[in-house]
Design a protein around this ligand. Structure first.
Ligand SMILES: Nc1ncnc2c1ncn2[C@@H]1O[C@H](COP(=O)(O)OP(=O)(O)OP(=O)(O)O)[C@@H](O)[C@H]1O
Ligand SMILES: C[C@@](O)(CCO)CC(=O)[O-]
Length: 524
């Protein structure tokens, strides 16, 4: 990626089609799902009962008076639809954010895509087809532990704020995970089981024994376990798809009031967080928040029982960033656990480092938010220094890796930028902020060296859209003609690599297929 190519336009403003009028898709097209929704006791129009994004949930559940409505025999089958969510980079504050400090993070243009294909009424199964992991598994809907999930006192509703997993519910799904990817090497199987458990926990929390049979096919352009929020992106896709299926989301549509859009993002985000709890144990929630709402935010969760503070950064600056992957896989939960252990063994020192990271994030925020801020030699130098300091603290916390240090070393030798790990570390990715006036030959030379040593670089832009929906899964191919190109499972599965997926259904920087709609945060 050349220097000018790295400094792409940010904040998704290249998305010309975002502003075109499009129809509100939900009420009519999801008719086939409406009866099942009511049978589950959920009202799709009860947005006003949702807690706001910053307040705590004070909703009185009316679910005990659940109307026992059977599905209409003539319910049409819901059409296939897609959802998509981005990955993220943490620019400042990873790990510290798990301990209640703020982090500054932005959505990237690499995304996950989930195709949901509803089955005919006689097919009472759900199939998970996670292509990137090579995971396929089918469950009988009736055989799932609905009795445990729907017990009074255990049952959660789509608008609930869930901040921890219920051990009884976790235990209830365990037997249903035993058959997942049997015979696959243990390390790989662990990943499969983590993803499958997130899906089952959400499906059982949001669905009902009457839920439609369906196939959930996921493909992602975000490298797994590389610090770019792959798990959160997957969880946002799952959460939004399941909430759409039970008709509890309004929009997205272009004239949707900002507050209403915010409520939908919040609802999706809450359940995505539950998925993250299944996958990596002790998430701060920053990754799913960025994957759900997109763009850039300052995120802080001081009290784990309450909603976090999310401050959108509508004018996040265009920064000349290089994103390099060590190709060294690791698990976020392991890295987070390392810091927790360090905090136990060296509480004062660790707390001091976390506080210092807090100061770094706040300094960057003050700088970027200052009224006369612009990207120039001086501000790049200041941000670069903060990036270098932040990385040093992460090294002290023990979450770097020799491969990450090698990237930093190569950049430092070339003297062309400031480097820090991004995400959980222990491998994964590094970001480099390029110095002002860096010669394109120097960047080319660095990229050559990185490639020779087996590092991978990603072309991405910061600050794109959050969760999006393509309903039904039909692309208009840029024309208003009736019909269009239907995205069936086969085509989706067969799309070749990241480029093939983007070409087929893409919503990111290079491709913007028509028909996708996004919920927009209020201040964006
Ligand atoms: N494409 C995918 N399909 C299904 N599951 C996935 C996919 N990508 C990631 N996951 C799930 O997420 C797990 C990796 O999550 P992890 O939090 O360790 O990494 P990450 O989210 O990429 O990094 P970070 O949290 O540092 O941003 C995998 O083990 C798997 O369970
Ligand atoms: C390491 C961490 O801070 C970043 C993961 O992207 C973990 C989290 O916030 O959940």
């Amino acid at each position: 990626m050349s220097a000018p190519a790295i400094a792409q336009r940010l904040n998704g403003s290249l998305r010309v089609s975002d502003t075109r009028p499009v129809a509100h898709f939900l009420p009519d097209q999801l008719n086939g799902l409406a009866d099942r929704t009511r049978a589950n006791g959920h009202s799709p129009d009860s947005d006003s009962s949702d807690a706001s994004s910053t307040g705590s949930n004070t909703v009185n559940s009316t679910e005990t008076k659940r109307p026992n409505m059977a599905r209409k025999a003539s319910s049409p089958m819901a059409p296939a639809f897609m959802v998509s969510a981005p990955g993220k980079v943490i620019v400042f504050g990873e790990h510290a954010v798990v301990h209640g400090k703020p982090a500054l993070a932005a959505a990237i243009s690499l995304r996950s895509y989930l195709l949901v294909t509803t089955l005919s009424k006689s097919h009472r199964t759900i199939t998970l087809n996670f292509r990137d992991l090579g995971l396929t598994h089918t469950w009988d809907i009736e055989a799932l532990p609905w009795d445990v999930f729907q017990q009074p006192g255990k049952k959660k509703f789509y608008y609930d704020l869930v901040t921890s997993l219920d051990p009884d519910l976790v235990a209830a799904i365990e037997p249903h995970l035993e058959g997942v990817s049997k015979g696959v090497p243990e390390e790989q199987r662990k990943n499969h089981v983590r993803s499958a458990s997130a899906f089952l926990y959400l499906f059982l929390s949001l669905g009902s024994p009457q839920s439609a049979g369906a196939v959930y096919t996921l493909r992602s352009n975000i490298p797994t376990a590389a610090g770019l929020g792959s798990s959160a992106s997957v969880c946002v896709c799952l959460s939004s798809a399941l909430l759409l299926q039970i008709r509890t989301l309004a929009g997205p549509h272009p004239d949707q009031p900002a507050e209403e859009a915010e409520t939908q993002i919040e609802r999706i985000n809450r359940w995505a967080f539950v998925g993250e709890l299944c996958i990596h144990g002790n998430p701060s929630g920053v990754d799913n928040t960025v994957a759900a709402g997109g763009k850039a935010v300052i995120y802080q969760r001081e009290d784990t029982e309450k909603n976090p503070t999310v401050i959108p950064f509508p004018n996040f600056p265009e920064l000349p960033l290089l994103l390099v992957d060590t190709q060294q896989s690791r698990s976020t939960s392991t890295e987070v656990a390392k810091v927790a252990q360090l905090k136990k063994s060296h509480p004062i020192v660790t707390e001091t480092i976390l506080n210092a990271i807090d100061e770094v994030t706040c300094s960057a925020r003050r700088l970027i938010e200052s009224p006369d801020f612009e990207v120039n030699d001086d501000t790049l130098d200041q941000l670069g220094t903060l990036i270098r300091i932040n990385h040093g603290f992460l090294v002290s916390l023990g979450v770097s890796h020799p491969r990450l240090e090698r990237i930093r070393e190569l950049v430092d030798y070339a003297n062309i930028g400031w480097t820090k790990l991004t995400g959980a570390g222990g491998g994964g990715c590094a970001i480099t902020l390029l110095k002002p006036g860096v010669k394109p030959e120097a960047v080319r030379e660095l990229k050559k060296k990185l490639a020779e040593e087996g590092f991978n670089k990603y072309e991405t832009t910061l600050g794109g859209d959050g969760v999006g929906v393509l309903y039904p899964a039909v692309l208009r191919n840029g024309s208003d003609e009736e019909g269009g190109e239907e995205i069936d499972q086969q085509k989706f599965i067969e799309a070749e690599g990241a480029e093939g997926i983007e070409r087929l259904v893409g919503v990111s920087f290079h491709e913007k297929r028509e028909g996708w709609k996004f919920w927009k945060r209020s201040s964006q």
